[in-house]
Design a protein around this ligand. Structure first.
Ligand SMILES: NC(=O)c1ccc[n+]([C@@H]2O[C@H](COP(=O)([O-])OP(=O)(O)OC[C@H]3O[C@@H](n4cnc5c(N)ncnc54)[C@H](OP(=O)(O)O)[C@@H]3O)[C@@H](O)[C@H]2O)c1
Length: 415
């Protein structure tokens, strides 16, 4: 099945105005202990400051495509006249529909775009795909300057959008707010860099590092503010994944509730146990796309539930589904980013496979004692080879702390 035919992400909730700072951890709204976002003065007349101001707006616009553009990137564009007036703004709304540059040109509504500057968060495309090439639309509009946040790693573009506009005589400035633009499209870049989806994990822990007690009770370790932030993170991923025991013990809904945002696709990794038919997930399959991951020949509970998609994998020699296989499969479903929400079996197997790109750890001021640790089924080969992470952004959220880490060798940055 090709990705063109089967994008599961796209429940039509794009278009909600959400501020960039509401979700990019580096700009998050909760009290920051360490100031990590670049402080940018947007007043003043230096061209770089003007470029940053309009690029920031283009990023805000791009964000509105979340939940409906994957496997395409989120892209926003702003067109500004030579005397600094915004003539038009646009973003890529939905997979298969017109691109941000074309939307922005349309939004100019016939205003004179000759000599204007266009701010665009990703290099314009130069190939005819589902829509005509944006580089040509920009040239045809008489635009004279193009400011780009990041290059497009798609082999069909990869520099040709920039060379098209440069050959037509446009001034090109690139790399403005590049880190933010790359992070916003981390799934899109990870697909090109690693041929798999981006993988985050969100874990709520007690002071002593436990995610549940030995009876499996874990509900709401952290407080309402941290849980709200977790919903913001959910809305920023194409999919959420949990292990079977979490579904059977906790009966989660895995939807976005306390913030505005699209529901991600739900992925349940439960080859043998499956999904209880009367669970919250089992009874809402028509509302939220859900995929059960199982093995070649298993017949787990819920297999025939109407609306449930089932993907079968071959088990590896340890009787597990290889996490790398899962992440390489997800783009077929239009999923470029997934957040794991437990439990420890699934977290440990993904840590074992070395594919957790980002960790968001919520720590609550309580002690569980003997209980379940998030990675207690993980067994590093040697001390030296233990997985390492970097760039801990710490923020206070109600009574809890949330720390976000990237893999030590990540090509992305939060600072
Ligand atoms: N504090 C938190 O943030 C948090 C979040 C979520 C969960 N929890 C708690 O964590 C506990 C559950 O953790 P857990 O470790 O027992 O279970 P789990 O990871 O939720 O689920 C384990 C099951 O998932 C399937 N599975 C996971 N990885 C697999 C792989 N690579 N290949 C094949 N199957 C795989 C297996 O299903 P089959 O049995 O079908 O083979 C396995 O038995 C619960 O008590 C829950 O309340 C806490």
């Amino acid at each position: 099945m090709g990705q063109d035919e089967f994008p599961l992400c796209g429940n039509g909730q794009a278009g909600m105005p959400i501020l960039l700072k509401a979700w990019i951890p580096a700009f998050a709204g909760t009290t920051s202990i360490r100031q990590t976002g670049p402080e940018i003065q947007i007043e003043g007349f230096l061209p770089e400051q003007t470029d940053i101001k309009f690029m920031r707006r283009a990023l805000e616009l791009a964000l509105q495509g979340r939940g409906s553009v994957s496997p395409n990137p989120r892209v926003g564009a702003v067109i500004v006249s030579p005397d600094g007036k915004v003539l038009g703004e646009g973003y890529h709304h939905k997979y298969g529909e017109s691109h941000a540059e074309v939307e922005a040109i349309k939004a100019c509504g016939g205003a004179d775009t000759n000599g204007a500057t266009i701010y665009v968060t990703l290099e314009p495309c130069c190939h005819r795909g589902k829509t005509p090439p944006c580089s040509q639309a920009v040239i045809k509009a008489g635009i004279k300057r193009i400011v780009i946040a990041s290059d497009d790693p798609n082999p069909k573009v990869n520099g040709c959008g920039i060379s098209d506009v440069r050959s037509a005589g446009l001034e090109v400035v690139s790399g403005v707010l590049e880190k933010e633009a790359r992070y916003m499209n981390r799934g899109y870049f990870t697909l090109r860099e690693k041929n798999r989806a981006w993988c985050s994990a969100k874990i709520a822990l007690s002071i002593d590092g436990k995610m549940a007690n030995l009876d499996g009770e874990s509900k709401w370790i952290t407080g309402p503010e941290a849980r709200k932030y977790a919903h913001t993170l959910r809305a920023d991923h194409d999919a959420i994944m949990v292990g079977g025991s979490t579904v059977w013990n906790d009966n989660p809904e895995l939807t976005v509730r306390s913030v505005e945002g699209p529901d991600p696709v739900r992925l349940v990794l439960a080859p043998h146990r499956g999904i209880p038919v009367d669970s919250k997930i089992g009874t809402s399959l028509n509302d939220v796309p859900t995929v059960l991951f199982t093995s070649d020949d298993a017949t787990p509970e819920g297999l025939d539930l109407p609306g449930l998609k089932v993907h079968r994998f071959q088990m590896d020699k340890n009787g597990r589904i290889d996490p790398v296989d899962i992440l390489k499969t997800l783009p077929q479903y239009g999923i470029l980013s997934v957040m794991i929400e437990g439990g420890s079996y699934v977290l440990s197997s993904f840590m074992d496979a070395g594919v957790i790109d980002e960790l968001a750890i919520g720590t609550a001021p309580s002690v569980v004692g003997t209980g379940v640790s998030p990675f207690d089924k993980f067994d590093p080969v040697t001390w030296e080879k233990r997985p390492r992470f970097r760039e801990g952004i710490v923020r206070k959220s109600g009574t809890d702390f949330i720390t976000t880490y990237l893999r030590e060798d990540s090509s992305f940055s939060l600072d």
